[in-house]
Every structure is written in C-alpha cells, then in structure tokens.
Design a protein around this ligand. Sequence first.
Ligand code: SN0
Length: 319
Amino acid sequence: MTNFLSLADVTDIDALIQAGLTAKSNPFVDQHLGKNKTIGLLFFNSSLRTRLSTQKAAQNLGMNVITMNVGQDSWGLEMEEGVLMNADKAEHVREAAAVIGRYCDVIGIRAFAELKDREKDYQEQVMHQFAKYAKVPIVNLESATRHPLQSLADCITIEEAKKVKRPKVVLTWLPHFKPLPQAVANSFCEWMNARVQSGDVDFVVTHPEGYELAPEFVGNAQVIYNQDEAFKGADFIYGKNWSSYTDYGKVLTQDPSWAVTMDDLRLTNNGKFMHCLPVRRNLKVADEVLDSQQSLVIEQAANREWSAQAVLKEILLTL
Ligand code: SN0
C-alpha cells in the first residue's frame, strides 16, 4: 500500500482487519519498522480520536510524529492552480506539500468537506494535491468524501462483536441542527458493500427522504425509508448524521423521532449500537443507549488505534 485514501487502496480487507486484531493483541512487536521514520499529521479541522489514535499507532510502530493544525498554526494554503494569490491564503500547496514531504516519510491529512460546492468537495482536491506534490504516501484522516480509517475500525469492531456468521448491519441517519459531512456515512457504505460482496454482512441504509447518499457510495445497498422497518432483526445499528447530498449541504429535517432510543433498539436482534463519535447526547442518541451494555462506541473508538496501526504498518513495509 502506498497511499491510503480510500478502499480502492486496499488489496485485501480481510487481511487488513486481521492485521488490526493482531496489532491489538501484540502492539509493540513491529517497533523496528518505524525506526527513524517520521509521520506528519496535518489537521485542517478538529479531531480527538483520529489525532490521538494515529499518533499512538505510529509510536507503537516506533515512528516519530509531528502534528500541525493547518490554517491555525501555519499559513493558509491555496489549493487552486494558476491563481493570483492576493487574498487570505499566503502559501501554495505546491510548496507546502513539497516541503512537508521532505521532512516526513508519511503524511496524514484531515480536510473536511466545505459543504458549499458539491463538485468541488467530491473532487477531493486537498488529498490529490498533497499526493501529487508531497511525493510521499498520504493517509486520509477524513477527507471531503471519506473516512476510511474509521471504516476499517468499524469493520474490526463488527468482526470482534458479531454473534452470527453474517450479521445484519443497519446504517441510520440521526437528527442534528448542523450540516455535517457525508464522509463517515459514505465510507461506511463503501466498506460495508464490500463486506456484503464477500458474504460477511447484510447491509441496510435508512434515512428520511432527501438524505440519499451519492450513488457511487450507496451502491446496491438496500435503502428503507422507515427506520422501524429497517431495524427489525438488526445485529448492529450504526448511527450517523449527514447533511443532504442532493440538496447539497442542507439540513432538510431535524425530526427527533430519528434519534435512537432504547425503544428503537428493542426492535433489533439485541443489536449493538455504533457511532464514530463525537456524539451529541439526547439529540442524536439517548443517554440510555450510549450507557447501555448494547453500546460499542468506546470499543469502536479504541479500535481506531489498531486500524491506524494496520494501515501504517503496510505503508512502512513499502518504504
Ligand atoms: C465530523 C463529521 O464528519 O461528521 C467528524 C466525525 C468523525 N463530525 C462533526 O463535525 C460533529 C460536529 C458537531 O457539532 O456535532
């Protein structure tokens, strides 16, 4: 693996999930792999789990870690080619990426969707510009359209917690007053659709009308507009809010009946609840769910360390 931008960079999902579980059971055996290698972690947006788990995973592999909040700590970066730089951005990605690529052997980048211009967000300009000009492997720490390290941690979590060979996994939209990116939901669909193909899960997506995800992500997943119907017999409920893709970046409803409560979980097959975090309690999910035995959110977040370690190890092996 050179870049880890999306599922397309993964040759064997099963092997990557197993590598995560192996790292979890024995975190420090590969300390030598990262010796004298440096990873730079660049954040254009806030982060708690991604920042700490990726740093921890890199350190488990013996790497050095440099972190920067781009835009706050550094110069604002211009991503467009051939522009007259007479506005707020003082530095171009051509120089910035090239320079950071000289200091770092691997670069991790978080750059959320701006949710203004759908075409622009879905072009993934920041990831592609860095991949082009840094000339070192790039790891996606949540881009405009995807969050693959989260999806890998989700796969690891499902693999660990499943009680049947082919569990039913349901992605449900949750209410929120703020427009959030589609990245987590997109990636989860991308990875779950691959798990459907390999016979590892059944997958259903449920959301209100108007919240249809991009066709290239939802793929052939079954979409059910009635949440109660979708929850029947589910082994895993994966909650996430996202803003509209069709009416791009808009909040079309905040219908509180879409929040997940214990009554909803009772419709499932004693299903586990998952969420990537951060989660706004009682807006998206009831306290009683997050504090119940059925919640996997902390274990899921803990698995971010092992998903990052599995990916960084594969990259280090190519350096
Ligand atoms: C981000 C998102 O993509 O939805 C990161 C998730 C890992 N979440 C948020 O921005 C939540 C912000 C909020 O105010 O609830």
